[in-house]
Design a binder for this molecule. Structure first.
Ligand SMILES: [Zn+2]
Length: 110
């Protein structure tokens, strides 16, 4: 399989869009900080606020199960996909170009 540029992949994949894909409803919003039930460990209580997402920083953290990371990490965990498959899946859903690593072999001729 061709290599992916993960660093370039993370930039356009926004946490807000990933949360939108799963129809996430936060219990509270303060500026760009969302708090609510964790979609990863499946908070039992709808009023749970164990999950914190910072849309501006594009980072999330769960104080209960300890999961955390960026939009790509969240999607991979939600879909139980390896990061490689998560990038392809998410790019397709969000209509983003797949960030193939095109300089993996600089000696090859184009
Ligand atoms: Zn959790």
């Amino acid at each position: 399989m061709p290599a992916l540029d993960y660093r370039r992949a993370r930039a356009p994949l926004r946490l807000a869009e990933v949360l939108g894909l799963i129809g996430y409803q936060p219990r509270s919003r303060q500026d760009e900080q969302w708090r609510g039930p964790c979609p990863l460990h499946g908070s039992r209580s709808a009023s749970s606020r164990s999950f914190a997402a910072h849309l501006g920083k594009n980072l999330f953290h769960c104080f209960r199960c300890g999961a955390g990371g960026n939009a790509l990490d969240l999607w991979a965990a939600l879909r139980r996909l390896p990061l490689y498959a998560a990038v392809l899946d998410l790019c397709q859903r969000l209509h983003q170009p797949v960030p193939w690593l095109d300089n993996a072999n600089p000696t090859s001729s184009r």
